[in-house]
Design a protein. Sequence first.
Length: 172
Amino acid sequence: MKISKISADEIDQLLPDLVETLKRTVEADGAVGFVAPLADDAAAAFWQQNIKQAIVSGDRIMIVAVEEGKLAGTGQLIVGMPNNQPHRAEISKLMVHPDFRRRGVARQIMAELEGEATQLGRTLITLDTRTGDSAEPLYLSLGYKTAGTIPNYAKNAIGDDFHATTYMYKQI
């Protein structure tokens, strides 16, 4: 598996796989900021307009995991912080394609994101995750600590109910 930081231009090359990974994550009730059904054009716009622009501006770093020419997963590090938080970065949109789950892909992406944060001199990483989600034990195993939870934080990707979110942090 190849783990790498990508440029904004590479989003266009990976777009079909990025769209599929996002849609499959949402269809599986993944808490990544979208509700099902997610249309292809909305998923593509997210990558091409939101994320591509954030990479161009330097506000985000995006890591991908590719195995045998197929996108296995992706994650982002938000580094465009307010000027009173130059020491902090935030993990965002960690997703593993369903065909590659339970193989350590998320762990490898997280290691790369943390490495990027360290290279930038960041000493605190924050993230949020759906309370009770399968990602929560991963983050705990990587040394993240729970800061607290917020009930009814966001709507689930499937259904009309809301879920709590757990905020976590790690000092590096």
